[in-house]
Design a protein around this ligand. Structure first.
Ligand SMILES: CCCCCCCCCC/C=C\CCC/C=C/C(=O)SCCNC(=O)CCNC(=O)[C@H](O)C(C)(C)COP(=O)(O)OP(=O)(O)OC[C@H]1O[C@@H](n2cnc3c(N)ncnc32)[C@H](O)[C@@H]1OP(=O)(O)O
Ligand code: FAD
Length: 664
């Protein structure tokens, strides 16, 4: 617009090397270079324009998504992009589409649950997009309770086929993304029945539509489930409904890595745990944690830049008013979110490592870390998505009235993001899984079995149950040991209290249900400890770049002390800290805000988001917000005419009638 960087003064205040921080954020120089190159490529291509999304009707919106997905694929082929680059391109195109489920769930389900032979047959077709797949698990009647699914796959030994059937209305598949209008195939979860015996839920590859004319195959009824929350947003996705009427598939389309059905119809289980049928969910939950840091950092980038641009009150002698970012209340809402974005980034990196490690162990039939991987992915998915969804809404409020405009980018981001609290497992249901894992860990403490991994802190249970924090001055809260001890003792004491209360019930399941709210809180405390400790571990690594480590230390302390302040009820009631120490933590938090304030804009610049990806006038790099808002308003279709359509039908007659009444 005017070519001036309105945030230049803010950028000049930075006390650290922003380029070095960009590499820390990206994970490596290589990751940064790929991300930087691909984001610019997408931003420069008018084929990936997205600013009109909230204005489009469903059909137009969906067709536009189909066009973009096909165009993205064309560019991926033309540019010979690697798998990593192609994934980045889809990420920066920034539009939920059937391809998310094809690459994100269908392919991983075949990789994780298919035999070598099945992978060789199906993966090349999927990689070339000669078939398009979805993940068909949830039904109208059951989502969380996977064992409650009703779709059946009955083996017919006469023909060597499975008969896939939806016996009830509630067994209709409901929600799978990409299913409604696009997928040709699906990994469909159904109860396996052989010789009249029900062996529980298994995955099957089922063709849904003709590869010739896209019409549903005989016995298949399929469609979209309808509009979802928000304009644009997740409505680019065709979440679907699907019913089977005795659809026959060959026996070799049951995914048979975990268990097999022989030609004679004999059910056999490999020596791998049956929970591997849930493996795709573990994989996706892990990616959702990394995605949380992307969504939250995006909202925080918008709110931080706008908070530096926006001025309100406080003018002295006719000088400029105060930047709203200088209000302590604004900092107290914004900076913990900034710190959370970094915290989720690092815990996401660690979770990716954990997932890779468990996958490698599975190859060698070492299943020992699977329960922990399940608990960590479930718990961290839950805690990070809840905080991110709440954080995006807080960023909208931090931007005042303008945050409510679609051009702020925040309403759409919120609408797209909130279902992350539900999909891939409802957040409460997942925290209850963590709680079960914790209760099991506590119950084994007396048996001499040493807790490992993320529960290893429970190995010092005697100390954690009686220790008292020795913080005496606000600065003492900057010591990682002080923070870790407080978080470990809080988590341990909450788990032990739940375990003790559970013993009061004769029926453990009844006790678990009765105490479930406390159990969820204990699970949250455990997950927050993981995030804090992974941030602290990150700081033990070599971190090059002037001032980068100091900024990360400040953010780590803000993240931990903000949680401590927010959950001080837990810390106080379990006796881990005193009221005086809680107050000192708050004093330290305020001074950390002052330390971060001059660096705030540079800390969000380090995310390296293009204006195209941010999709926000309030968050634009140059901070030239007002002219852009003013110009965008005039582009609204409602301003195409000065006198609105409908004036003659609805406004003029009203005014005339009021005129007559007034004359009376
Ligand atoms: C502005 C534009 C921006 C654009 C941005 C675009 C972003 C796009 C991002 C897209 C990302 C994603 C797209 C979303 C796609 C969504 C897909 C889905 O939702 S798929 C469906 C997911 N469904 C669920 O998650 C169901 C949840 N339920 C379950 O997982 C289970 O049933 C559970 C965990 C509740 C268990 O229930 P139950 O108690 O019945 O247990 P079981 O008897 O089945 O098993 C008990 C035993 O197994 C252990 N267990 C359970 N799960 C697992 C597992 N996954 N791995 C390992 N072990 C597991 C459990 O702990 C028990 O162990 P035990 O030792 O016996 O105690
Ligand atoms: C946008 C979106 C995309 C999706 N994509 C797919 C897809 O591609 N493929 C697919 O198969 N599915 C998909 N799903 C479905 C999704 O996985 C389920 O909706 C999710 O697992 C939650 O299950 P539910 O809907 O049965 O919720 P419910 O379990 O019915 O939850 C309702 C309420 O009950 C509570 N509750 C349930 N059980 C318990 C319990 N045991 N204890 C305490 N409280 C409980 C929950 O906390 C929640 O508050 C998608 C969903 C959405 C919203």
């Amino acid at each position: 617009m005017d070519g001036i960087d309105h945030l230049a003064d803010e950028r000049n205040k930075a006390q650290f090397d922003v380029d070095a921080m960009k590499i820390v954020w990206a994970g490596s120089r290589h990751a940064f270079e790929v991300s930087d190159r691909i984001s610019k490529l997408v931003a420069a291509d008018p084929g990936f324009r997205k600013d009109n999304r909230p204005m489009l009707g469903r059909n137009e919106l969906f067709k536009n998504t189909l066009r973009k997905a096909a165009y993205a694929w064309k560019r991926i082929i033309e540019l010979h992009l690697s798998e990593e680059e192609a994934a980045k391109l889809r990420f920066y195109v920034d539009e939920p589409a059937y391809t998310d489920l094809h690459w994100g769930m269908f392919v991983p389900a075949i990789k994780g649950q298919g035999t070598e032979e099945q992978q060789q047959k199906w993966l090349p077709l999927a990689y070339k997009m000669q078939i398009i797949g979805c993940y068909g698990q949830t039904e109208l009647g059951h989502g969380s309770n996977v064992q409650g699914l009703e779709t059946t796959a009955t083996f017919d030994p006469q023909t060597d086929e499975f008969v896939i059937h939806s016996p009830t209305l509630t067994s209709s598949k409901w929600w799978p993304g990409g299913l409604g209008k696009v997928s040709t195939h699906g990994v469909i979860y159904a109860r396996l029945i052989t010789d009249g015996r029900d062996h529980g839920v298994h995955g099957f590859i089922v063709q849904l539509r003709s590869l010739e004319d896209h019409s549903p195959l005989p016995g298949i009824t399929v469609g979209d489930i309808g509009m979802k929350f928000g304009n644009g947003a997740y409505n680019t996705m065709d979440n679907g409904v699907l019913r089977f009427d005795h659809v026959r598939i060959p026996r070799d389309q049951m995914l048979m890595r975990v268990s097999q059905v022989t030609r004679e119809g004999k059910y056999m289980q490999s020596d791998v745990p049956r929970q591997l049928v849930y493996g795709t969910m573990v994989y996706v939950r892990q990616t959702i944690v990394a995605d949380a840091s992307c969504a939250l950092s995006r909202a925080v980038c918008i709110a931080t830049r706008y908070s530096a641009v926006r001025r309100q009150f406080g003018s002295q002698d006719g000088g400029p008013e105060s930047q709203v970012i200088d209000y302590k209340t604004q900092q107290n809402r914004l900076f913990p979110l900034l710190a959370s974005a970094y915290a989720f980034r690092f815990v996401g990196e660690w979770l990716k490592w954990l997932y890779t490690d468990v996958t490698q162990r599975l190859q060698t039939n070492d299943f020992s870390t699977l329960p922990e991987a399940h608990a960590c992915t479930a718990g961290l998915k839950s805690v990070t998505t809840t905080a991110t969804a709440d954080g995006i809404e807080e960023c909208r409020k931090l931007c005042g009235g303008h945050g409510y405009l679609c051009t702020s980018g925040l309403p759409e981001l919120f609408a797209v993001y909130v279902p992350a609290c539900t999909y891939e497992g409802d957040n409460i249901v997942l925290l209850l899984q963590v709680a079960r894992f914790l209760m099991k860990t506590v119950s084994q403490l007396g048996s001499g079995k040493k807790p490992v991994g993320t529960t290893s802190y429970m190995g010092q249970i005697e100390h954690l149950m009686q220790c008292r924090s020795n913080v005496q001055r606000a600065e003492d809260w900057l010591k990682p040991s002080a923070i870790l001890e407080a978080f470990e003792s809080r988590a341990a004491r909450m788990s032990v209290a739940c375990a003790q209360n559970l013993t009061k019930f004769t029926n453990p399941e009844e006790g678990f249900a009765e105490l479930s709210a406390d159990l969820v809180e204990a699970a949250v405390a455990h997950c927050q400890l993981i995030i804090v400790s992974k941030f602290i571990e990150k700081l033990l690594q070599d971190i090059p770049g002037k001032g980068v480590r100091e900024q990360l230390e400040a953010l780590c302390n803000i993240y931990a002390l903000f949680l401590l302040h927010k959950h001080q009820g837990d810390f106080l009631s379990t006796g881990c800290i005193t009221a005086k120490q809680a107050s000192l933590a708050n004093d330290q938090l305020r001074s950390l805000y002052s330390q971060v304030r001059p660096n705030a804009i540079a800390l969000v610049d380090a995310f390296n988001y293009t204006d195209h990806f941010l999709g926000s006038i309030l968050g634009c790099y140059d901070g030239n917000v007002y002219p852009k808002l003013y110009e965008a308003a005039w582009k609204d279709p409602l301003n195409d005419s000065v006198v609105p359509e409908g004036y003659h039908e609805y406004i003029r007659p009203l005014l005339k009638q009021n005129l007559r009444t007034a004359r009376l």
